[in-house]
Every structure is written in C-alpha cells, then in structure tokens.
Design a protein around this ligand. Structure first.
Ligand code: CUA
Length: 191
C-alpha cells in the first residue's frame, strides 16, 4: 500500500480545533508558570543551594587543587590522595575525565566553603545519597557553603554524559565524627 497525500492538500491552513487550541494555551501557560516558579524553588526546595560562582582559568584551578591536596593529604587510596584539611580551610574539588579528585575527609558539624570546578569538560557533580546536584563547567568555579550533618561515606558521581568513561567517573567524601586527631599530620612530601 502506498502512502497517499492528505485529502486537503493545504491542510496547515485549516482552522485549528478549539479543544486543541485550549490545550496548547494551557501547556504554554503552565510552561510560563513553571519557569517563574524556579525562583520559588530556590526558597522552598531543599536541593537548590545558595552558591557563588567565579570566572577562572581551568589551569589555575588545577594548580590550586593540587596545592591544596599537597598540603593536607593524610593517606592514599589506590593512588588517590585522601585530603583532610583542618577546620577553617577552604576545600577544593575538581572534576576531570574521569574522576572527582581528590578524596575528601571532612568533619561532621564543621561548616566548609567547598570550591568546585572542572578542568576539561562539562560534568555533573551529584553527591549521593543526599542528591545534591551541580553542573560543573571548565572556566567557572562554584563555591558552596556546606555543613555535613551526618557521618559516613558519600559518593560523588557524574550525571552529565562526558564520554566513554562517564560511567566510571566517581569520587568520595568521608565525613568523620571525631575532632581532628593530632596524629593526622599532613604528608607533604613525595607529590
Ligand atoms: Cu563526567 Cu560524566
């Protein structure tokens, strides 16, 4: 059976059905309402953070994170430094193909300024299981003020497709209960 042309060849000039028009108007108005409501979600939602963002050069950011890791690394896990900065020190985390680096160790109840950026690609930082999601672009540094309320191990996954290794792009944050022990001296050598 061949495809036959519509009976009325100029079908797009026909009058639009009233019911269809009503639904188009409703969908359009709902879209406008949802767009304006984004502002309200900032206040009544629990996942839209107050954050600052700055324009930066990705290579500078990379240097900053490496300096930070060099200063406060306390141990390593499979070649990835576990970084435990003392209270009051800003925390740096970077996304790159394909990892969140370094592993962080923070203390429960201690408020932190956490800097977050990418050095190569757009990534989606998703902190699990609390489900805090931030789009990360190279060239923009986010600063989030965050106070861990629960001790444990948290995962960071990437939820923005970033290539062949996207599904392996993970990171980790430990939140500890105790105060920082005097034995946890940073090891600055060898990196
Ligand atoms: Cu990074 Cu997907």
């Amino acid at each position: 059976m061949s495809v036959t042309p519509p009976q009325h060849r100029i079908w797009w000039n026909e009058r639009i059905e009233k019911v269809e028009l009503i639904w188009i108007v409703i969908a359009f108005l709902w879209g406008v309402f949802m767009f304006c409501f984004m502002i309200a979600w900032h206040f009544i939602g629990q996942q839209n953070l107050n954050k600052e963002a700055y324009r930066i050069a990705p290579s500078n950011y990379n240097d900053k994170v490496e300096d930070f890791a060099k200063k406060y690394t306390v141990r390593e896990e499979q070649g990835v430094p576990v970084v435990k900065p003392p209270a009051g020190v800003d925390v740096y985390l970077l996304g790159r193909l394909w990892q969140w680096w370094p592993i962080l160790e923070l203390e429960k109840g201690v408020s932190r300024r956490i800097h977050l950026s990418s050095v190569d690609w757009q990534h989606g930082s998703s902190l699990q299981p609390v489900n805090i999601n931030i789009q990360v672009h190279p060239g923009y540094e986010h600063v989030i003020t965050l106070t861990p309320t629960e001790a444990g191990e948290f995962a960071i996954i990437c939820n923005e497709f970033c290539g062949i290794g996207h599904h392996t792009m993970t990171g980790k944050i430990y939140v500890t209960d105790r105060k920082q022990a005097a034995t946890d001296q940073p090891v600055a050598q060898g990196r």
